[in-house]
Design a protein around this ligand. Structure first.
Ligand code: GDP
Length: 459
């Protein structure tokens, strides 16, 4: 652990909501919490409790009761920051959250800087570089849709959705905990079936967020696109048409050769990230440069393949070879040079490859609208509305959401195996923590500045 001091902050938004979370992290986290928390069970000492347990009681400022709360204990390194962490789940009024935070600060913690929890998670090796970079993604929007999506996240749509799911999970944990604490008054008869149904619904919500995450990735990073086809089919002409007069942003990735040039091309707000354009732009040595092997390799990693076919000539064995590795991919066949007399027709292509075909002429610049329509329907499938949909905008959030889904699945398994109730609460707790790590990360720009100014990660 790199730090000795203990930090605290209000982890949820500063607006009134159902619950608010005050998070304390550091070597004194448990001690600080113990000073202000009066457990429901009088003889309980927080510092002696197991990790990943939750405790019901009140927050006391001397003799004054501030709120009725649930306290969650996570011992390092198994916490978001990898340090001892306490979360106080209190009522979500701004006033009460502030009062509790002040009390925490008076009892030995200092207020966390923006993003400091995540910074600690990173410095303690809890999140890796790619995850840290994923935070950047939220900030760095490459196109209008991505920008909207990040803005929507900053305004809290992801937060709200996750909080909602999280509150439901917490309710069940609290119920189980209370029932186990006080079996005389709270019965768990029939509860497993009821919980099973609820967990089903929660799993559905998690699944939906994950499906949207994939859309989110495409919008944010751009659709990784590869243009392939035989020499002379018109690939480079097509690229020029798509890039238009304003040459799209050309990124020369440092430390690599011209081979990995990437260009960003905007079509109706969709961002196509053209991969491997150096090979296409290099006109000499064309046959070697755009060999089938190279195309195959590029195609493997693509979200979208634009397969350019010269309609003024016959399909030949080179096309057969290309077609053979396109079967399972997202492919659009562009039947080019339709300004000339057509030897290969859309039907002939479709016989060999069951993929959409668009007739274009790179020379006359026709058919590009049809291509744009098709791409819109392929990647946005009409379902995506950027104002309402909730996106997970980075890989870490997505992973955390997947973990939440897996924990919920384990709850279902425990139910069907007839395990005792405290098993459910362990996995519910894991789900709760995974969901929380998504919310905890949404601190934004300060964090990114901080991490990246200190560690200079080359972005
Ligand atoms: P690449 O080798 O696949 O990149 O093909 P190019 O883009 O270099 O094009 C090969 C040749 O076909 C060039 O002479 C282009 O001018 C020509 N060409 C490309 N697209 C069209 C088109 O739509 N119509 C006609 N008539 N010629 C085209």
């Amino acid at each position: 652990m790199l730090y000795n001091d203990t930090i605290a902050a209000i982890a949820t938004g500063m607006t009134s909501s159902g619950i608010g979370i005050i998070r304390i992290s550091g070597s004194d986290a448990f001690a600080v919490a113990e000073k202000i928390f009066r457990p429901h069970k009088k003889d309980k000492r927080l510092s002696e409790q197991e990790t990943y347990t939750i405790h019901y009681g009140t927050i006391m400022d001397g003799k004054e009761t501030l709120d009725e709360v649930i306290v969650l204990l996570m011992k390092g390194p198994h916490s978001y920051t990898a340090e001892d962490t306490v979360e106080i789940d209190c009522h979500g009024g701004v006033f009460v959250m502030k009062k509790i935070l002040e009390l925490v600060l008076r009892n030995g913690a200092r207020v966390a800087e923006p993003g400091e929890f995540t910074k600690r998670a990173f410095l303690n090796g809890r999140i890796d570089l790619s995850q840290a970079e994923a935070v950047m993604d939220v900030i760095e929007s490459k196109n209008a849709y991505a920008l909207k999506s990040s803005v929507s996240q900053l305004s809290g749509s992801v937060m709200r959705k996750i909080k909602e799911i999280r509150e439901k999970v917490l309710y069940e944990i609290a119920f189980i905990e209370s029932a186990l604490d006080d079996p005389e008054h709270i019965s768990l008869d029939g509860y497993p079936e009821e919980l099973g149904k609820k967990v089903d619904n929660l799993s559905d919500e998690v699944r939906k967020l994950l499906i949207n995450a994939e859309d989110g990735r495409v919008l944010r990073e751009g659709i990784k696109t590869v243009i392939i086809g035989k020499p002379n089919a018109g690939k480079s002409s097509l690229l020029n048409v798509l890039a238009g007069d304003e040459r799209a942003i050309v990124t020369d990735i440092a430390g690599t050769t011209r081979d990995t040039l990437e260009e960003q091309i905007q079509i109706r707000g969709l961002s196509l990230c053209m991969v491997d354009t150096a090979g296409i732009r290099q006109t000499e040595d064309v046959v070697e440069k755009i060999g089938v092997d190279r195309a195959r390799k590029a195609a493997d990693q693509a979200d979208l393949i634009l397969y350019v076919v010269d309609s003024s000539t016959n399909l030949d064995e080179n096309d057969d070879e290309i077609i053979s590795f396109l079967k399972d991919q997202n492919v659009v066949v562009l039947l080019n040079k339709t300004d000339l007399s057509m030897v290969t027709t859309p039907e002939m292509v479709k016989e060999r490859l069951h993929k959409p075909v668009v007739c274009i002429s790179a020379r006359m610049e026709t058919g590009i609208d049809e291509l744009a329509d098709l791409l819109e329907s392929m990647f946005l499938s009409g379902k995506v509305s950027f104002n309402e949909e909730v996106y997970l905008t980075n890989a870490r959030q997505k992973r955390a959401m997947e973990e939440a889904g897996e924990s919920l699945k384990k709850v279902q398994e425990s139910i069907s195996l007839g395990m005792p109730e405290d098993f459910y609460s362990i996995d519910l707790m894991d789900a709760y923590e995974s969901l929380g790590s998504i919310i905890g990360e949404s601190v934004g720009e300060d964090l990114v500045n901080e991490i990246f100014s200190k560690f200079c990660m080359g972005k």
